[in-house]
Structure formats: C-alpha cells, structure tokens
Ligand binder design. Structure first.
Ligand code: MN
Length: 249
C-alpha cells in the first residue's frame, strides 16, 4: 500500500503550486490535500481557537479549511484522516522562504506542525515572483519525499526547500544549507485613503541578502536548490552559561 501523504500550503487551495505538488507526490504516495480556503501567507504558526472551523470537500481527496495552514495540519491529522500520514508536504509556495522569512512563513509553519506531531515534514518554496517553473520544484519534491520516506528524518527536524525559478535543466545542484540573512526595504508604507484617513501597509520590498557562504540565500543565487534542516528546539545553548552569570536568584 502506498504511504499516506498530507499536502497543504499557505497560498490557499486554488494555488497552482499546491496543484503541482499534489500531482508530483501522487507518484510517491496516496495524497490528501487539506489547505486554507484562501491565501494565508505570513500567518506563521497561528492556530484558530476562538471560532469554529468548517471543512469543505471540493473533490475526492481535496479539502478546503476556513483556517490557517497549522489548522489544516491539526484538523487533518487529528480528525479528517483515518490514519496518521507518513509525511506532510507544504507548498509549493509562491515566493521564497529564506533566512528570516521562516519566522513569518505559513508554508514552513505547516511543516513545523507536522514535525511537532512527529511526522516527517517538508516545506517547498519557489524563489521570486511568477510566472513559475513549477515542474522544477515539483520534480525535486517528489524525489526528496521518496528519500524522506526511505531514510526517515532526525528527531524534531523538518526540511525547508527553496527552488530557483528556472527550468529543471538550469539547476546547478542541490546544496545543504543554513539559514541566511535577508535585507528588506522600507518596511512600512504610510499613505492616505480616499476619505482622508491615514493607513499603513506592512511589506517591505525584498532587496538582497547578506553574503554568507553555506547559506540558503547564497545557494539559490548560484541556481542551486537549497535544502535546510530546521530544528524545533530554538534554544541558544551558548547563551545559557552567560545568563547563569547574571545571578538572578
Ligand atoms: Mn505563501
């Protein structure tokens, strides 16, 4: 029997990236798609606690949830799916999730949620703005998922994948990377609406990234697929000794 794979995203159930990922992973396992009913990018790891959630079945194996990516993984694994999936795959996101993006990303958080539950999980994103070469990321995701199912993953670890937006033949390799650092432009736009009220719009333009050898940002600049293992434990162990020296007790 083929392994059960849960596919989700944060761009919403109608995203072409989700369609491409589900189609590619159908070669690897039995895919069920449970995704937000609309775009929920940058909602991070939000879980909806203060209102009921409805699940709408759109077609066989495709479910739209009135909630966040984390809601989707939560509901799918605890209620909707008969058995626990062997793998959670999130994406393919429209736009990168490199360096600091990871903290805001709904795409990566869905994979974090799978990891919290002890299910091997991956997040897949394409660099830049469309039109996208979905086949580049989809083909790699299928190959990677097969390897994850065969080899398993270390505990509390998920894989964050970023794919350059080029045809498959132009990819120069796969790099195992660490989180880089990105730079953003003016982070808040201030303007006046037609009724004279001020408004603010968050969303700095992406400028460039720090040149850090071995980072996810550097890898994609070199047209390599970036594969970053991320750990659930965010503890800064080196800082523990320093804090102990503060003599707080
Ligand atoms: Mn997104």
């Amino acid at each position: 029997m083929k392994p059960a794979i849960l596919v989700t995203n944060d761009d919403g159930i109608h995203s072409e990236g989700l369609e491409a990922l589900a189609a590619a992973l159908a070669e690897v396992g039995e895919v069920t798609v449970v995704a937000p009913d609309r775009e929920r990018s940058a909602v991070s790891h939000a879980l909806t606690l203060h209102r009921p959630l409805r699940i709408n079945k759109l077609r066989a194996g495709w479910y739209a949830v009135e909630g966040t990516p984390t809601d989707c993984v939560y509901l799918a694994t605890r209620s909707l799916l008969k058995a626990r999936p062997a793998l959670v795959a999130s994406g393919i996101n429209k736009g990168s999730n490199l360096g600091d993006d990871i903290h805001y990303s709904g795409t990566v958080s869905a994979a974090f949620e799978g990891t919290v539950l002890g299910i091997p999980s991956i997040a897949v994103s394409m660099i830049g703005r469309g039109p996208y070469h979905w086949e580049t990321a989809a083909t790699f995701a299928a190959r990677l998922c097969q390897r994850v199912l065969d080899e398993k993953l270390p505990g509390d670890t998920l894989l964050n994948v970023n794919v350059p937006n080029v045809p498959p033949a132009e990819i120069t390799g796969v790099a195992i990377t660490k989180m880089g650092k990105r730079h953003y432009g003016d982070a808040v736009i201030e303007n006046v609406d037609p009724r004279g009220r001020k408004y603010y719009w968050i969303g700095g333009t992406e400028l460039d990234a720090e040149d850090i050898p071995g980072s996810d940002c550097n890898a994609v600049l070199e047209k390599k697929i970036s594969l970053t293992p991320l750990h659930l434990d965010l503890t800064n162990f080196a800082a523990m000794d320093r804090l102990a020296g503060w003599k707080l007790s």
